[in-house]
Write a protein that binds this ligand. Structure first.
Ligand SMILES: *[C@@H]1O[C@H](CO)[C@@H](O)[C@H](O)[C@H]1NC(C)=O
Ligand SMILES: *[C@@H]1O[C@H](CO)[C@@H](O)[C@H](O)[C@H]1NC(C)=O
Ligand SMILES: *[C@@H]1O[C@H](CO)[C@@H](O)[C@H](O)[C@H]1NC(C)=O
Ligand SMILES: *[C@@H]1O[C@H](CO)[C@@H](O)[C@H](O)[C@H]1NC(C)=O
Ligand SMILES: *[C@@H]1O[C@H](CO)[C@@H](O)[C@H](O)[C@H]1NC(C)=O
Length: 420
């Protein structure tokens, strides 16, 4: 075991509820090297206050943006005036030292209220647009697809920002980071989505996106982290999805209406973590493709309404392994309706650290083969109908009683009462 149990990152897991995913959304926005925040120092853009000649095209684009702001309580746009000629000096604006063109606009968390004026796309040299945590409403203008140099688009946490992602976004060939979480965006993802070929991080959680994931998504060969959770995405994830996502490590699909996964996920060679929790239309067999992902280590499928026998693909899983602190080899099938026995082959996943089977309809005994799971530190089978002897080896004898009960009145042995 590579991990030091005194490591604070380990303790973090102990105190948090089961399987809280720290990888997605707001947290990664701050900790990822490609984040919208904390990034101003390392994106290679040279800040140059005092550049004398701001381009009139950029100045006009910024003034049209300002014209659609109806409330600016912090007065951040007070110096955005035609008479204050050099727009490179305006609050939130950064120009390139050599060209004098605007390359970054950062008005993060300023309580700005208004609509996003399409005229902003006149900033044809823009690389970074940060308007997150404001109060923009209306939709994202189609003209934003003209930001051909844009690398980071951060419009997250504008709760009234609505409408869909414009089809024109397929033209954002340099976009690496798309932070649109916690807005009110809706509709299907545009079919052009997969043409944003530089995308590395996508955070779309907490919106109202619907419909199937477009097959073109599978062309995003640079994609590393995709959080699509807490939306209304539906249907089967198309087979095309698994075509070329060779860099994808973290995939968040929780809280949607997804029915199943591609059968063959061999090309997802980097995938470590998948969250499918709270997709109530799933069946155990419709996600069997998961077992073909060569490195999959952390699987969360709690609350998916899976019924019937224990999913057979579990015994075909590759050996989950510890790779870094963001991934804990784990299997969470809690709060489903799985019946029958726990397969003894589960004991072959010897690196497993967390195993959660609570709140199902499992019967029979806990297979003695689970004694091979020597790295397990969280285990829960409460609220089933298991019986017989708990494997009388560590760590099973050291788990709290609440790992086994309530439920399972027929279980016996340490830490419960002795078997008769
Ligand atoms: C698949 O991804 C690789 C890079 O990982 C890229 O070179 C190749 O062109 C992609 N293929 C398609 C069909 O998109
Ligand atoms: C995996 O990638 C290879 C090479 O790009 C491609 O030929 C194959 O169709 C892909 N498999 C799937 C299931 O998408
Ligand atoms: C759960 O699955 C059963 C069928 O197995 C179905 O009748 C029920 O409606 C599903 N529940 C939800 C919340 O979708
Ligand atoms: C629990 O399992 C036993 C057999 O081991 C069975 O007799 C009993 O009916 C089950 N109880 C429930 C509530 O399913
Ligand atoms: C196991 O899950 C039950 C709820 O189903 C919970 O009450 C209990 O505290 C959990 N025990 C552990 C050790 O996680």
């Amino acid at each position: 075991m590579a991990r030091d149990r005194r490591d604070p990152a380990f303790l973090k897991w102990v105190v948090l509820p089961f399987f809280v995913l720290l990888t997605f959304g707001r947290v990664s926005c701050e900790t990822d090297p490609l984040s919208c925040l904390n990034s101003d120092d390392n994106d290679g853009i040279i800040s140059t206050p005092g550049i004398p000649f701001c381009s009139s095209k950029d100045r006009n684009a910024l003034l049209s943006f300002k014209a659609s702001i109806i409330s600016d309580p912090n007065n951040v746009l007070a110096d955005w005036r035609a008479s204050h000629y050099n727009c490179c000096d305006w609050t939130g604006v950064t120009c390139d030292g050599a060209t004098g063109r605007v390359v970054r606009l950062n008005l993060n968390s300023q309580h700005l209220k208004g609509t996003l004026n399409g005229g902003l796309s006149g900033l044809s040299f823009l690389q970074v647009l940060i308007l997150m945590e404001n109060d923009f409403h209306g939709s994202i203008p189609a003209s934003f697809g003209a930001f051909s140099r844009l690398q980071r688009l951060c419009l997250a946490e504008n709760p009234s920002l609505s409408g869909s992602i414009p089809e024109t976004f397929g033209r954002l060939k340099n976009l690496q980071l798309m932070d649109l979480y916690s807005n009110s965006l809706s509709g299907p993802l545009p079919s052009s989505f997969g043409m944003m070929s530089s995308l590395r991080n996508i955070h779309l959680s907490g919106n109202k996106f619907s419909g199937p994931i477009p097959p073109s998504f599978g062309l995003l060969s640079n994609l590393y982290n995709a959080d699509l959770s807490n939306n209304r995405f539906s249907g089967h994830i198309p087979d095309g999805f698994a075509f070329n996502l060779t860099s994808l490590m973290f995939l968040g699909l929780g809280e949607n209406e997804i029915i199943g996964l591609p059968k063959d996920m061999r090309n997802l060679t980097s995938l470590l973590l998948i969250d499918l929790s709270n997709n109530p239309l799933m069946t155990g067999d419709s996600v069997e493709g998961i077992a073909t992902a060569p490195q999959i280590s952390q699987i969360d499928m709690h609350s998916c309404n899976i019924s019937g026998h224990f999913p057979a693909w579990v015994s075909r899983l590759p050996q989950p392994k510890w790779v870094n602190d963001e991934v804990t080899p784990s299997l969470n099938l809690a709060n489903n309706a799985i019946s029958g026995r726990i397969p003894s082959s589960l004991g072959n996943l010897i690196n497993l650290e967390l195993l959660n089977l609570e709140q199902n309809r499992l019967t029979g005994s806990i297979p003695p083969s689970l004694g091979k799971l020597q790295n397990l530190w969280r285990f829960n089978v409460s609220y089933n109908n298991l019986s017989g002897r708990i494997p009388q080896v560590s760590p099973f004898t050291t788990f709290d009683k609440s790992s086994y009960q309530p439920g399972n009145p027929g279980l016996c042995g340490v830490p419960l009462t002795p078997c008769k």
